[in-house]
Every structure is written in structure tokens, then in C-alpha cells.
Design a protein around this ligand. Structure first.
Ligand code: NAP
Ligand code: MG
Length: 501
């Protein structure tokens, strides 16, 4: 059934995509309705209106998708050479680029992102990531070894390792960078010869569905990538429990990550977890404030604070603390909030009503626990899920806003007196995803980078990711590294072959 929709600023291609709903599941190369016939709504966080209906996949659909992925893995896909896989991936990257404006529209609409950033970060980042991983398809290799085995009768041995695809991979992604997170997972799966079932976040299913169409257009065989939209508790749960899934690749919150690790243990699935963060930014007394002020503001307010690496804890040397807080608060209070499609808007809404309420709840807790609001501290307007960019000072180290991941535009600033104290406070967290240090002294930058317990440390910048740089967490921010050559380890098994000749 076609719906009549009108979202201001949306291009014709995206308009046409959402008008031809309800959206279906991609299983074994066919677009099918959920076995239950159920659907759920994709919501626009600016207008709170329904964008379109989407199939609500469940256990039965996951089971069909796993069967399709297994069939493709053992059949047609196993005969496709590395060079052919590379070419298919490059074709897919070209198609993503060709439809970049449409994908940007869909991502911006579904998540509430600034269209400008969605184009250069989410969509172009996805194109670049797919091309980067395509390059790996032809460069995966084992090693040869000289054996030291006894040779009684002149036997000789030849020994080597081969890298084999891990098999059928369940991929579960969050809503903050829906397309990019899907590509970060599908890319290495294709490069290594795995097959997969992608479960997008319930809040943001649209670009994954369009990606499924482009995967078919690129000529990637049926069943290699299956896409099952639906809820975490049902579709996601069925995927992590499924006995014929070899590996789960997950990006999302730490509580769900822990649940996945426990569940996957029953069938000893391989698991990689990219989880939450509460990333510190340490500003030294000698830092260049022209770099620091916009850098810290971007570090927390980019994507409306819905970034796993967001620089949400700011530690500033006491001598410049008030000046830095005032500067960042001025940037925050001057930010224009509105639809990501509008020219000049600097911050959009949060992804959902639930997320807005969660963030506002943290802000209230922060106030109740004695924090002072330097700017923001409330909802913006009364329609759309907007929260004002917020800066807190004076929060106790046990308060919720200081310790817990808020995943919204909320910064907590704390002064320090010497760098050892700053590093100690920065590391005093269960998380360890990322951190940044801001200084004009190169020795300070090097020294502090090595002392911070985090998977990524930035110096005089924050949130800068590249497909070539490995990415992942220390501590409860997860394990396994995506991107870079390290990601290949997550999608391959090493087999040792020893031959007597
Ligand atoms: P989430 O609630 O953990 O959800 C992530 C995904 O897991 C969604 O697809 C969700 O489905 C699914 N899920 C929920 N329960 C499940 C279950 N029982 N079994 C299987 N799957 C299940 O996280 P979110 O709120 O979407 O995303 C925000 C979190 O992601 C933050 O903590 C953030 O730090 C983290 N994140 C981390 C990285 C990183 O690389 N480290 C990157 C981005 C985001 P539903 O949507 O249907 O609930
Ligand atoms: Mg949405």
C-alpha cells in the first residue's frame, strides 16, 4: 500500500523510496514480509510523524535468514574468488556513491542528523570503508613454517596456515550511525568470504533496507547478506541464540553487550563487542584555546552527543578552567537547533522520544545531585526530540552525569591541578573507548597518550576515525578491533595444515 508523505527538504529519490512502503525483509535474495505479518513505524524525530512502515522480523524470519546465509556460505559464495569479491565490493561502493544524496536524505530523516554531516561522514564514510575493505579481499593470507619434528626415516614436513572465513555472522548495530555501522560490519564479512544477517536498530531501519537493494544491484549473490529489521528483544535475541550462527558482531550499549556475551557462550560463538563510552578530554594549561574551544564543543555536540566516543568528560587545568567552560558554553548557547535539512542549523533532535527522555532524566539527576548548569539543561521547544546543548560544572565524581554514559549533548567539566591527577581522573571509569589530550607541548601529548587506558587517543582533536585505523574499546567498552587490518581477525579462523611429504 502506497502512502502519501511529504517531508520538507527530502529529495525525489528518498521521497519515492519511503512512499513505496511497507518495507520488507531481505532473506535469501527475496524481499519478504515478516512471517507474523507484523510491521512497526519508522519515525521522523523532528516532526514525530511516521515516515513509513517496516516489517517486524522475528524468530522465524531469523531462522530463514540463517538458513539462507548458511546455504550461500557453503554453496555459491564459497566459489567466488577473492578478486571477484573485491570487484563486487567496489561495485557496491560505486552504487553507494551514485545514490549518496538519496542515502543522505534517508539517514538525515530517520536519525534527525544534520544533512551536511550525514553526507560527508555517514555516507561518504561508508563508501570509503567499503572500498578500503574491498582492498583486503585479495590480501588475506597465511604463513609457512619450518617444522622441528623428529625425522627417523628421512620424512619431511611442509606446514602452513590458511585464513578461512568464520562462517555465518550475525551483525547487530545501533541507531547513531546506522549505515556506517552496517558497512563497517558487512565490508569485512564480504572481504573474508563470510555471509551475514544484519539486524539494524529498530529506530533507524531505512538506510539498511536501501543498502539491501544496492547489494542486489551490485550482483552479490542471494543469501550472502540478509537484512532482518525488527526489535532487539525478539529478532536480535533469536540471532544471538541461533545454533547455526558462528559469530556475533555487535555495536551498542554495554548492558546489551554483556547479555550477548553471556548468551553467545552457550554455543561458543565468536563475539566482538563495540560498546559504550564516557570519553575524557584533558586540556593542559598550555593548550591553544583557539583549537580547544571549537574542538571540545565538537567533541561532545557532534551528532547531538549520540556518539560512542563523545568527549563527555572534560578535565581542564584549574588556571584556565573557567575560561574554557565559558568559551564552550558560549558556543553551545549560540547553536541553532532545528531540522537537519535546514540551512544553518547546527544541531538536530535526538533520535527518539525515549532517548530524549533518558537524556533529560540525566540532566535532572545532575541538577539534583548538585551539578551547576553553565548552559542548556532543558528541552528545546515542545515538538521534536530536541535537547539544548548542556554544560555542567561542579558535579561530584559519584554523580550519575559524571559516571554514566548519557549519549546526548551533555558535557561535564571538572578542574584539575596537575597532569597525573587529570590522568587518574580520566582513567577512573569502567569504560575505555576513546580519549583526547589538548596541549602545545609535544612531550605532554606523547606521555599522556600512553597513560590513557582507551582504544583510541586523539591529540588536539576528537572523534576522528578512518577506515585504516583500528577502532575498539579497552575495559567495558568492549573487545575486538574493527577497521584497519585488525578487523580481519574478527572474521577469519586460522587453520594449521601439516603435511608429511
Ligand atoms: P542498544 O540498546 O544496545 O542497541 C543496539 C542494538 O542491539 C540494536 O539493534 C538493538 O535492537 C539490539 N538489541 C537490543 N537488545 C537485544 C538483545 N536482547 N539481543 C540482541 N540484540 C539486541 O544500543 P543503542 O541505544 O541502539 O545505541 C547506543 C549505544 O551504542 C551506546 O551505548 C553507544 O556508546 C553504543 N555505540 C558504540 C559504538 C562503538 O563502536 N563502540 C558505536 C556506536 C554506538 P533494538 O534497536 O530493536 O532495541
Ligand atoms: Mg527514525
Amino acid at each position: 500500500m502506497d502512502q502519501k508523505v511529504d517531508f520538507p527538504g527530502l529529495g525525489a529519490a528518498a521521497q519515492s523510496f519511503i512512499s513505496t512502503g511497507p518495507k520488507k525483509l531481505l532473506i535469501g535474495g527475496e524481499w519478504v514480509e515478516a512471517a507474523s505479518g507484523k510491521t512497526f513505524d519508522a519515525i521522523d524525530p523532528v516532526t514525530e510523524g511516521v515516515i513509513c512502515k517496516v516489517a517486524e522480523g522475528g524468530k522465524e524470519d531469523i531462522d530463514r535468514a540463517v538458513k539462507a546465509a548458511r546455504t550461500a556460505f557453503e554453496g555459491e559464495w564459497s566459489k567466488v574468488s577473492p578478486a571477484q569479491r573485491q570487484n563486487l565490493m567496489l561495485k557496491l561502493a560505486d552504487l553507494l556513491e551514485k545514490h549518496a544524496e538519496e542515502l543522505t536524505d534517508l539517514e538525515s530523516l530517520d536519525v534527525g542528523k544534520l544533512r551536511f554531516f550525514a553526507r560527508i561522514i555517514d555516507v561518504q564514510g561508508s563508501v570509503d570503508s567499503m572500498r578500503y575493505n574491498a582492498g583486503w579481499a585479495t590480501k588475506i593470507h597465511g604463513r609457512t613454517y619450518d617444522m622441528s619434528l623428529p625425522s627417523m626415516h628421512g620424512e619431511e614436513y611442509r606446514a602452513f596456515t590458511v585464513k578461512e572465513p568464520v562462517g555465518v555472522v550475525g551483525q547487530i548495530v545501533p541507531w547513531n550511525f546506522p549505515l556506517a555501522m552496517a558497512i563497517w560490519k558487512i565490508g569485512p564479512a564480504l572481504a573474508t568470504g563470510c555471509t551475514c544477517i544484519l539486524k539494524p536498530a529498530e529506530q533507524t531501519p531505512l538506510t539498511a533496507i536501501r543498502l539491501g537493494e544496492l547489494i542486489q544491484e551490485a550482483g552479490i549473490p542471494a543469501g550472502v547478506v540478509n537484512i532482518v529489521t525488527g526489535y532487539g528483544e525478539t529478532a536480535g535475541q533469536a540471532l544471538i541464540e541461533h545454533p547455526d550462527v558462528d559469530k556475533i558482531a555487535f555495536t551498542g550499549s554495554t548492558p546489551v553487550g554483556k547479555h550477548i556475551a553471556r548468551t553467545a557462550a552457550d554455543t561458543v560463538k565468536r563475539v566482538s563487542l563495540e560498546l559504550g563510552g564516557k570519553s575524557p578530554a584533558i586540556v593542559a594549561a598550555d593548550a591553544d584555546l583557539d583549537v580547544v574551544l571549537p574542538g571540545i564543543a565538537n567533541g561532545i555536540f557532534f551528532n547531538h552527543g549520540q556518539v560512542c566516543t563523545a568527549g563527555s568528560r572534560l578535565f581542564v587545568h584549574r588556571s584556565i578552567h573557567d575560561k574554557v567552560v565559558e568559551g564552550v558554553a558560549n558556543i553551545a548557547s549560540g547553536m541553532r537547533l532545528g531540522s537537519g535539512f535546514e540551512e544553518g542549523v547546527q544541531m538536530g533532535p535526538l533520535v527518539s522520544k525515549e532517548q530524549m527522555e533518558r537524556v533529560l532524566g540525566y540532566i535532572e539527576k545532575g541538577k539534583a545531585q548538585g551539578g551547576q548548569v553553565a548552559t542548556g539543561g532543558e528541552r528545546h521547544g515542545d515538538s521534536g526530540y530536541f535537547v539544548k546543548p548542556t554544560v555542567f560544572t561542579g558535579c561530584g565524581t559519584d554523580s550519575a552525569v559524571y559516571r554514566e554514559e548519557i549519549f546526548g549533548p551533555v558535557l561535564v567539566a571538572t578542574p584539575y591541578d596537575d597532569m597525573d591527577e587529570a590522568v587518574k581522573m580520566a582513567n577512573d571509569t569502567d569504560y575505555g573507548l576513546a580519549a583526547s589530550v589538548w596541549s602545545t607541548n609535544v612531550s605532554t601529548c606523547h606521555r599522556v597518550s600512553r597513560k590513557l587506558r582507551a582504544g583510541t587517543v586523539w591529540v588536539n582533536t576528537h572523534n576522528m576515525l578512518d577506515p585504516a585505523m583500528s577502532f575498539g574499546g579497552y575495559k567495558q567498552s568492549g573487545f575486538g578491533r574493527e577497521n584497519g587490518m585488525e578487523v580481519l581477525d574478527l572474521y577469519t579462523e586460522t587453520k594449521s595444515i601439516v603435511m608429511q611429504i
